[in-house]
Design a protein around this ligand. Structure first.
Ligand code: ADP
Length: 227
């Protein structure tokens, strides 16, 4: 047990183990993120950021080591329990928004709440509140195709926070946007994270954005080092 919202201890991960094509991506990663802490994960492409985020978010299993979310060890959990923790406690943001194209911005934020057992009326109230926190209350009825890239990504942030997770994991959340939009959208994300007191691990290539987080860690030859 620990007080960290996310804790990784000696996490190892290889692809194609035991074959000539083996790639040892994580070679003993240790990380603890406290409540309300926002940590930047910086590393060149191919260093293993996505692998690390997938393991932290229970989308993949480490070969060795321990993953704790909210102080609870995830190692022994079956698929059903892992899915439950992921749905309730972890929010994901990707470089591409991955919104459902047939649904409005509001519905994209309501649907994960319905799947988590929230009543529709409460889910809609929360969705509208989140949209106004990121400055796009007026886009609630728009489908993704009728929004700008920055607006689509703001909706994706709201969707990630829809079920009030403990932990946010983001993989290049503004990487698809032009620099000026990226700055504004990143501000919106940070405001949302700070308003909710969420803990976050945010992978980015952008060193200026990384410098605006509480601290930075770098993936270096399969280990995490403080910057
Ligand atoms: P990043 O997100 O930092 O770009 P990734 O975690 O996607 O890095 O990948 C790390 C390394 O592992 C890369 O060399 C990549 O080619 C390799 N890799 C990723 N996924 C797989 C896979 N499913 N099978 C084999 N190799 C993979």
């Amino acid at each position: 047990m620990s007080n960290a919202v996310l804790r990784l201890a000696d996490v190892e991960k290889s692809y194609n183990p035991g074959t000539p094509a083996e790639v040892a991506v994580l070679r003993g990663v240790d990380l603890a993120i406290g409540r309300g802490e926002v940590v930047a994960l910086v590393a060149p492409s191919g260093a293993g950021k996505s692998t690390l985020l997938h393991i932290a978010g229970l989308l993949d299993q480490p070969d060795r080591g321990r993953v704790e979310i909210g102080g609870a060890d995830m190692s022994g959990l079956g698929d059903g329990r892992r899915t439950g923790v992921r749905r309730a406690d972890v929010g994901f943001i990707y470089q591409f928004h991955h919104l459902l194209p047939e649904f409005s911005a509001l519905e994209n934020i309501v649907l994960p709440q319905l799947a988590n057992g929230t009543a529709r009326k409460d889910a809609e109230t929360r969705a509208r509140d989140l949209l106004s926190q990121v400055g796009i209350a007026g886009r609630a009825g728009h489908r993704p195709a009728a929004m700008s890239g920055g607006e689509q990504q703001r909706v994706a942030f709201c969707r990630a926070l829809a079920n009030a997770p403990k932990l946010l994991l983001a993989d290049e959340p503004t990487g698809n946007l032009d620099p000026a939009t990226s700055d504004q959208v990143f501000d919106a994300l940070m405001a949302l994270v700070r308003n909710t007191g969420l803990s976050a691990l945010i992978a980015t290539h952008n060193l200026e954005l990384a410098a605006r987080m509480d601290r930075q860690v770098r993936l270096d030859a399969g280990h995490l080092v403080s910057v």
